[in-house]
Design a protein around this ligand. Structure first.
Ligand code: C5P
Length: 237
C-alpha cells in the first residue's frame, strides 16, 4: 500500500454508454491516473470490444460489473472477464460466501495476472433508511463490517466501501485487505445520488487504497485538471 503513488490510487469511473466520449476521456487521462473503472452502462452498450478499446489506451481497467448470481454463473462470468485482463473486478458480497469463493477461485485461474477480486459491501448511494426498506435493520456500518468479514473469509482481496467505514475495516481486516472507496467528492462538488461521501484527503486518511471518482472528473470542464486536483489533494494529505 505504501508503494502506491498518489496517482496510482485514483480510478476514474466512466459511467457512460458513449464509446467515443469514454475513449476521449481515457485518452485525456492517460498516464495521469491509476486506471479507468468501467461499469454496467459502458459494458452493456459497448461490450468486451469496448473494454479492449479503452484498455488499448494503456490505462489499467477496473471492470466493475458487480456480479451477483449463483456461484457457478458468477465463476463463469469471472472466467469470461479474465480475457479482458482487468486489474480489478467486483462481485456483490451479499451474494454470499460460496459465490465469493467461486469468484476468487475462478480469478485464480489467471495465475500471476489474477485481478483483484473485490466485494461490494453496501452501495454508497444507500443510507440506513434504504437498507431498512430492504429488510436490513441496523446501522449501515454493521452491515458493511459483516459483509467485509465474509468477503475476507471467502478469499476476496478486498472490498468496495465508503470512506466512512474504511478506518474500522482497516483495523478489522488488516493492512493487506484492499479498500476501494467510491463516493469521492472534492470540497464543493455536487453529491448527486451519493449519500456516504468523503473528500479525497478524508478517504486516504481513513485508510483507502484506491479511490473511485466519476462525475466530479468526467463532468468537469477540464477533466484532466479535475483529476490532477484530486491527485494533488491526496499528495498533500
Ligand atoms: O460519479 P461518481 O463519483 O458518484 O461514481 C461512483 C462510481 O462508483 C460509480 O461508477 C458507481 O457505480 C461506483 N460505486 C459506488 N458505490 C459502491 C460501489 C461502486 O458508487 N458501493
Amino acid at each position: 500500500m505504501c508503494a502506491l503513488r498518489p496517482s496510482d490510487r485514483v480510478f476514474v469511473a466512466l459511467d457512460t454508454p458513449a464509446m467515443d466520449g469514454a475513449l476521449s476521456l481515457a485518452r485525456c487521462l492517460g498516464g495521469m491516473v491509476g486506471g479507468i473503472k468501467l461499469g454496467k452502462a459502458f459494458f452493456t452498450a459497448n461490450g468486451p470490444q469496448g473494454v479492449e478499446r479503452i484498455a488499448a489506451t494503456g490505462l489499467p481497467v477496473f471492470l466493475d460489473l458487480k456480479f451477483h448470481d449463483i456461484p457457478n454463473t458468477v465463476a463463469d462470468a469471472v472466467r469470461a472477464a479474465l480475457a479482458l485482463a482487468p486489474v480489478m473486478l467486483t462481485v456483490h458480497a451479499s451474494g454470499g460466501a460460496a459465490m465469493m469463493r467461486a469468484a476468487a477461485d475462478a480469478a485464480g485461474e489467471a495465475g500471476a495476472d489474477r485481478p483483484l477480486v473485490l466485494g461490494v459491501t453496501v452501495l454508497t448511494s444507500l443510507g440506513a433508511e434504504d437498507l431498512a426498506a430492504t429488510g436490513l435493520a441496523g446501522p449501515v456500518a454493521d452491515q458493511v463490517m459483516r459483509l467485509a468479514r465474509l468477503a475476507q473469509a471467502s478469499g476476496l482481496d478486498g472490498v468496495v466501501c465508503s470512506a466512512r467505514e474504511a478506518a474500522a475495516l482497516r483495523a478489522e481486516c488488516g493492512a493487506d485487505f484492499k479498500l476501494v472507496v467510491p463516493g469521492i467528492r472534492p470540497a464543493g462538488a455536487a453529491a448527486g445520488d451519493q449519500k456516504r461521501t468523503a473528500t479525497p484527503a478524508e478517504a486516504v486518511a481513513a485508510g483507502a487504497d484506491y479511490l473511485v471518482i466519476g462525475r466530479p472528473v468526467t463532468g468537469a470542464d477540464d477533466p484532466a485538471q479535475a483529476a490532477r486536483a484530486v491527485i494533488d489533494e491526496i499528495e498533500a494529505a
